[in-house]
Design a protein around this ligand. Structure first.
Ligand SMILES: Nc1ncnc2c1ncn2[C@@H]1O[C@H](COP(=O)(O)OP(=O)(O)OP(=O)(O)O)[C@@H](O)[C@H]1O
Length: 341
C-alpha cells in the first residue's frame, strides 16, 4: 500500500476523549463523544490505496471526505489511529520530515484550481519544484513536459485568467504531477466544470493514471464520475465508512439505503461489465475479440456497429467467453432490473 490508515478518528471540540474507550462499539463511542460536546468527523476508518489504484471517496456533504483526505496527509492531525506511508507510520513523524514527505511524494488538486493569478502557466506548474529548490533549468524542463502531457503546449506564457475553467484545471493537474508524486489526491477536482468538459477531464485522469500509475484518492459527489474513474469506491456517512467496493459491487449489492440512494440514478449498462453476462467458453466464430471488463453499454455499441457474435478475453488475452447479438436485450434488462444471469 502507498497510503493506509487504521482505526482513524478525527474528533473536534470538547469531550473528544470520551470516544477513546475501545471496549465499546464504534457507535457507542460516537454517542459518548457527542454527548460530551464533541463532533466526530471520522470514526474508526480503515482504508488504503495501492500503486496504480484509484480509490474514490463519496458521501453527502459533511460526511468527512475532505477530512479523511487531509488526515491521511496530516494536513489535519488525526485524533487517533495510525496512518502509514509505504508501510511506515507517519502519524508521529516530526514536522520537517512530514513536510519533506509531502513535498516529494504527495500532491493535491483542488476544486477551485488554486492557481496563482500573477504567475504564468509555466510559473504555476513549476512552483512545487521551486519550493523543493530545484535549479531553474531542470524545473523548467520538467514543467514543460507536464504542460505538454496535459495538452497545454503553447499556453506556457498565458496567465490563469486567459484560460477556460477546464484549461485552468489542466494547469492544476500539471502542477500536481510536476514533482512526480506517488500519492495523487484530487478533492472534487471537476465540480466547477460543465458536464462535457468534466467528462473530458475524467478521460484525462484515466489516461494519465494508465501511464503514470499513481496511488490516487479522488473525492466526488457524483457516482457516474466515481464509476468512471475509480477502481474502488468508499462511501462515507457521518464519518463512518459504510461500504467500499467496485462500482459494480455497490450497484448490485448496496449494504443499505444510503448506498442504494447514491447508486440509484446510475446508468447500469455503463457500470456492469460484460463478464457477468457472457456465456463461458469459446465461440465457434466471432466478429471481434473484446476485453471482458468492457461495459455492457460499450458492448451494445459494438453490436450496433454490426457484430453478430463477440468473444471476450481475460487480462492474458485468452478467450474466456462470448455473446450472441440476440442475448444482448436480456443482458441489458438484467442489468437494469436484476434477474437471472
Ligand atoms: N475545525 C472544525 N471544527 C469542527 N467541526 C469541523 C471542523 N472542520 C470540519 N468540521 C466538520 O466535520 C464534518 C466533515 O467535514 P468535511 O469537510 O470533511 O466534509 P465533506 O464530506 O468533505 O463535505 P463537503 O462535501 O461539503 O466538502 C463536517 O460536519 C464539518 O462541519
Amino acid at each position: 500500500m502507498i497510503i493506509e490508515c487504521q482505526k482513524l478518528w478525527k474528533v473536534y471540540g470538547d469531550g473528544g476523549a470520551a470516544f477513546g474507550n475501545e471496549d465499546r462499539s464504534v457507535q457507542e463511542r460516537i454517542e459518548l463523544a457527542e454527548k460530551a460536546g464533541a463532533y466526530v468527523a471520522l470514526a474508526d476508518i480503515d482504508i488504503g490505496v495501492e500503486r496504480g489504484e484509484t480509490l474514490v471517496v463519496m458521501g453527502l456533504s459533511g460526511s468527512g471526505k475532505s477530512t479523511l483526505l487531509r488526515c491521511l496527509t496530516r494536513l489535519i492531525e488525526p485524533t487517533s489511529g495510525e496512518v502509514r506511508y509505504e508501510g511506515r507510520p507517519i502519524t508521529n513523524l516530526p514536522r520537517t520530515e512530514l513536510l519533506a514527505l509531502r513535498r516529494q511524494h504527495m500532491s493535491m488538486v483542488f476544486q477551485n484550481f488554486a492557481l496563482l493569478p500573477h504567475r504564468t502557466v509555466l510559473g504555476n506548474v513549476e512552483l512545487p519544484l521551486e519550493i523543493q529548490k530545484q535549479d531553474a533549468r531542470s524545473r523548467r524542463a520538467a514543467a514543460l513536459e507536464m504542460i505538454e502531457l496535459v495538452g497545454l503546449k503553447s499556453k506556457e506564457d498565458h496567465y490563469p485568467h486567459e484560460l477556460s475553467g477546464g484549461q485552468q484545471q489542466r494547469v492544476g493537474i500539471a502542477r500536481s504531477l510536476c514533482s512526480n508524486p506517488s500519492l495523487w489526491l484530487l478533492d472534487e477536482p471537476f465540480s466547477a466544470l460543465d458536464p462535457l468538459i468534466r467528462r473530458e477531464m475524467q478521460d484525462e485522469v484515466l489516461r494519465l493514471q494508465s501511464s503514470l500509475a499513481k496511488a490516487v484518492i479522488f473525492v466526488t459527489h457524483d457516482f457516474e464520475e466515481a464509476a468512471r474513474v475509480g477502481d474502488r469506491i468508499a462511501i462515507l456517512r457521518r464519518g463512518r465508512l459504510v461500504q467500499c467496493g467496485t462500482a459494480e459491487e455497490l450497484v448490485s449489492n448496496p449494504v443499505d439505503d444510503y448506498v442504494r440512494a447514491f447508486t440509484a440514478e446510475v446508468d447500469r449498462g455503463r457500470v456492469f461489465k460484460v463478464e457477468r453476462f457472457m456465456e463461458r467458453g469459446e465461440p465457434q466464430a466471432a466478429d471481434r475479440l473484446v476485453p471482458m471488463n468492457t461495459s455492457l453499454k460499450d458492448v451494445s455499441r459494438i453490436f450496433a456497429e454490426g457484430a453478430n457474435v463477440l468473444a471476450f478475453s481475460d487480462d492474458k488475452h485468452q478467450t474466456v467467453g462470448f455473446m450472441r447479438r440476440e442475448k444482448l436485450g436480456e443482458a441489458l434488462a438484467a442489468a437494469e432490473f436484476g434477474g437471472p444471469f
